[in-house]
Design a protein around this ligand. Sequence first.
Ligand SMILES: [Zn+2]
Length: 610
Amino acid sequence: MGGAGERNQSMASRKTFLICFLLFSIAATAATRFVEQRGKVRAYALISRSRGIRLQLVAVQGRVKFSDSLHWLSERSQRKLRRKFPTRKITISYGSLNSRAKKILMNKAFPKDSFRRGVYRHKVVYRGAETFWRLGEWFTGNGANYRAIMKMNRIKSSTLKLGAWISIPKQLLLPAFLPQERPLSKPVLGKPKPEPLQPVSRTTANPVPVSKLGSKITELSPDAKRFHLKYGKDKEGAYAVYRLAKGEALYSSVVVRFTGRLDADAVHELVRIIVKRNKIPDVTDMKVGYPVKIPMEYLLPEFLPRTTKAFKEYQEELKETEKAAQETRIGTATHLNGVYLILDSGHGGRDTGAKYNGAWEDDYMYDIICRIKRIIEKETKGHVLPTTFDKSSRYTPIDKKNLHMDRDEYLRTTPMFPLNSKYVTSVGVHLRWYFANYQYERLKKTGVPGTNIVFISFHSDALYHKVTGTMVYIPSASRKLFRSHVMMKSGKYKPYLEYRSHPMYKFSRKKVQVAEGLSRKFARVLIAQLKAKGIPTHKEKAIRSYIFRSRRSRPFVPAVVRYSKMPLRCLIEVANLKNKGDAANVRDPKFREKYAHAFVQALIQFYGGS
Ligand SMILES: [Zn+2]
């Protein structure tokens, strides 16, 4: 027995050895490059034959937290990878990174690369790890662009030679690899650009003669008229044309304004689409009056031709909600007498929310609601019911720029829900509207009119860095987004009275129309009040009933606004923390105090004046 057994075993182990050897050599890391250290987390670029280039985050001490990863991940992968944190070490595929992270990683992995003379020049450094397909993926976001790259470099063989210089066509480059966008208003000084080294079959801009487009005046909505849009159609489909004004650039003045996209990845993605559609050779060098074609499918409904179904639907739904709001009687409540404000500060506990430029949602938004609570209780006859409670600072506003990031915030459910829980971003979000709805039902039973009960959730955003100012999200009664009922099914909700007493809520479209209309009415008063106090508000569209994340994902309404019952309910994004000025405002206690006053003033005004 021994002999046969031994032979089998040794064959088996040889096989295992062979497999291990093969696996090892395939997966072997060709190189590791230190990228940077942020706090207690080190970032490395891993380059291997089998997986190309990846990012590795390693905790020097403790663990890599979800919040540490936000700097690197795209919005989409933030949602996908959330549950992998906290962890000691994590390796993230290139495709899951946001565009800024891609740029940082590539700069470290390929320090010789640069954009010069109108093309991106890449030097091949890692044997086996670099292929034409991968260069396509890394620099243009699409492996299939390898053909264009080979063609531009006049290379027939698909193997890349170590040390070779490869040019990546500018019109295919991911925007992150393009030279930084410069404002158009300032003339760029310096020597004229030399011609590219290699003969490049550059597609020159071939603007449409706009005069020939001749949109009928009847087609233009008031918003389209305001920006002098024209409509047209070519073999790639229908589009609107906008002529750039002085000082305008594609990012803010076309994509943010006309497509409603706000977060950096989505904005960059659409800029790429528009650059390609218009064959724009250089986004940094666009003349005033340049006619930019915007594909019709990305336009916000208010900019569509009036004759389209989508515009008619948009207009009809808007009218319905305004009518519904007008028909709803709101009693005058002098000094907010008899008004109940359910005040929600987003995030808390282990979830800091968006965190950029030294400010983060959790403690800073909590400070704003504490100020609102104090003002309403001292200076009006209104009542405040916060959804959150910080055990260490209680409800005392803190007059400091640097707030302490603690984790002892709770939801005021029965029993209290610790926001330091693992379920802070799931159960911890939905319990907020369960709590609010519970309070709403309770107050109504005591005779408080529903229209006197208000729900406001305070957040801050992480958007494209040039977007600034407050935005208000209101409920949407649009047919596409309407849901007739909601019920959370996990056992995690069972311990909470607010859930047990009413696990399912139903919605009628009529009531959501009233809510959209009333909330929009309040949002308008608030935005006007903020403007009057010199507080920044979003330039293009400060009031919205849905959020776009990426180009592909469908619009959605934040859960606390969608599932709560109060006829007046808003989510306020106080500022864009990715914008340095906005973040500095949020950090400033004087700003937070001013903001709180402006908010209370708006509420007083909404309920019929002082
Ligand atoms: Zn938030």
